[in-house]
Design a protein. Structure first.
Length: 228
């Protein structure tokens, strides 16, 4: 089956040229001209990779990137005219996989896309046997699956990352600030209420009674830990 690529750029003529070339290379291409449209397509299509421009009206590429990383680990390749070292570092801190500066050759675009997809497949295979466990919770890092006893739990990437941090630090209290930095980094202005919201969402999925949690415990004034 052809790999699906989401192409996000507000330049219609460039979208058409890139789409035609990638289709010839064997990809299935879906295209969006805005950040909001890109997120809708991503929800609906779940592409294998994203080619993302930064400078778009309304929701820019930075915000799209941050939101995509809350949803998925799919490779993101920034394709942009912004070429400063600061922009590149910001992109990698947000979780992109590669950075291609405009103008570029279509052959290089295809080569970089193939490379990030290849790395993604290899990373999944390399970690397929790595697991984290605590009591009846088991996390398969390679397959990105979480089991609670015999039940497979469907977590979003952000919920998965939150639980992973707590599992890696089991027995220790992790502060809200540490969780915020680990999950979102320093590039996105997210306050502690986001941490509390995702703790609440995680509890709905892994606690027998979310109103009386016994797995993800709040330590007043300190943060969260696995308990009891």
């Amino acid at each position: 089956m052809n790999r699906t690529v989401l192409l996000v750029d507000d330049d219609e003529s460039l979208r058409q040229v890139m789409s035609q070339y990638l289709i010839q290379e064997g990809y299935r291409v879906i295209a969006a001209g805005s950040g909001a449209e890109a997120l809708k397509l991503f929800y609906a299509e779940r592409p294998d990779a994203v080619l993302l421009d930064l400078m778009m009206p309304g929701m820019d590429g930075w915000e799209v990137c941050a939101r995509l990383r809350e949803l998925s680990d799919a490779p993101i390749l920034l394709v942009t005219a912004r070429t400063s070292q600061e922009d590149k570092l910001r992109g990698f801190r947000l979780g992109i996989d590669d950075y291609l500066s405009k103008p570029f050759s279509l052959a290089e675009l295809a080569a970089r896309l193939q490379a990030v997809l290849g790395r993604s497949r290899r990373a999944g295979g390399a970690e397929s046997e790595k697991t984290l466990a605590w009591q009846d919770l088991r996390m398969d890092l390679g397959k990105r699956q979480v089991w609670c006893g015999e039940k497979l739990i469907a977590l979003t990437p952000t919920e998965f990352r939150l639980l992973e941090i707590l599992l890696r630090r089991q027995g220790s209290v992790v502060s809200e600030e540490e969780l915020r930095q680990e999950i979102w980094g320093s590039e996105r202005p997210v306050d502690s209420s986001a941490v509390r919201r995702y703790v609440w969402l995680l509890r709905q999925k892994i606690e027998g009674d979310p109103a009386k949690p016994c797995r993800v415990l709040a330590v007043r004034g300190a943060g969260y830990r696995l308990g009891p």
